[in-house]
Ligand binder design. Structure first.
Ligand SMILES: [Fe+2]
Length: 313
């Protein structure tokens, strides 16, 4: 059976991709950002997943503003990098996993999540930047990737609760796939940022850190957070963080946080990153104290009363 071994969330700032493509990763400004992902690369090299499910958002590259599915799954055999205005990024073509993707689509749709099935799609920085951050710049990506795109570019995006529940549906889908595959789920986007308007450049470190804390320990409360709070606290584009809840929903209730990185700024956003592993056993409950049998309790009470009466006498 396939199983999800871990979840990874990471910002997908386009300027990070540009820094990689323009070979600026050793410059002090960018070194601060990339050095935070060195441990993640080691973790990934040891984990060696068979498949990645990448929850990301398309930035009007594959879908344009004429057609925006709320949730869409890529079932193609491959996904070339999109031209986002400067030509396609010089990154490998993403290889898909049509068999598992079709299984997830079937399982989720029959489970109440009407995913849009996409059989031809290009992928933009929302998906390729997180791959770079954990794999570096190889000539081929080390494993197939199933893209799941979430609308966070046009109102209304799905609620955090809906995203969290989609993660649970993905979890059920993976658990029912017969091949022995080790799967890692990515949640991308965020953290706090706003790219236009009077609040452009907004970063809220307090909110971001609380979000990371809750993502590990209290995701159910996080899932209840309304859109307006993302907008108010994390800026207009901070809504991308609902995608992290898909990743979290796909994991078990109790997870082990094995790594976290946060730095400000990268371009005009806060960069956040977390690795959560499945497989944490819930602590054993302490055995309840046995209540004394009724008769014994009565006897004890009688003895105590007799002792008290003797004392008083
Ligand atoms: Fe984005």
């Amino acid at each position: 059976m396939a199983k999800i071994i871990a979840g990874i969330s990471s910002s997908h700032v386009p300027a990070i991709g540009a820094a990689i493509d323009n070979k600026q990763t050793e410059e002090p400004y960018w070194k601060r950002v990339f050095s935070g992902f060195e441990k993640s690369k080691q973790w990934m090299a040891a984990a060696k997943p068979d498949v990645i499910i990448a929850i990301y958002n398309d930035h009007a590259s594959a879908f344009s503003v004429e057609l925006i599915p709320t949730f869409a799954i890529g079932c193609a055999a491959e996904f070339p990098p999109a031209d986002e205005g400067w030509g396609p990024r010089p990154v490998p073509v993403v290889q898909g996993h049509p068999e598992l993707a079709s299984h997830i689509a079937t399982s989720c749709i029959l489970d109440g999540f009407d995913l849009t099935i996409v059989n031809r799609m290009e992928v933009d920085h929302g998906l390729t930047v997180p791959l770079n951050l954990v794999f570096g710049s190889p000539t081929e990506w080390p494993c197939p990737v199933i893209p799941i795109a979430v609308n966070v570019v046009q109102y209304p995006p799905p609620t955090g609760q809906r995203c969290y529940d989609l993660g649970k549906a993905i979890r059920r889908a993976i658990a029912s796939f017969p091949a022995d595959l080790r799967v890692v789920v990515f949640g991308t986007g965020g953290m706090s940022h706003q790219i236009s308007g009077p609040r452009a450049g907004l970063i809220n470190q307090k909110f971001d850190k609380a979000f990371l804390d809750n993502l590990t320990k209290n995701p159910k409360a996080l899932a209840r957070m309304p859109h307006i709070e993302y907008m108010r606290e994390a800026g207009a584009e901070g809504i991308e963080m609902v995608m992290w809840l898909v990743m979290r929903g796909a994991l078990e209730d109790k997870v082990k946080e094995v790594y976290r990185f946060y730095t400000v700024p990268a371009s005009n956003t806060a960069v956040g990153h977390i690795i959560l592993e499945n497989g944490v056993k819930a602590p054993a409950r302490k055995p309840a104290r046995k209540a004394a049998p009724k008769k014994a309790r009565k006897a004890t009470t009688r003895k105590a009363t007799t002792r008290a009466a003797r004392k008083a006498a």
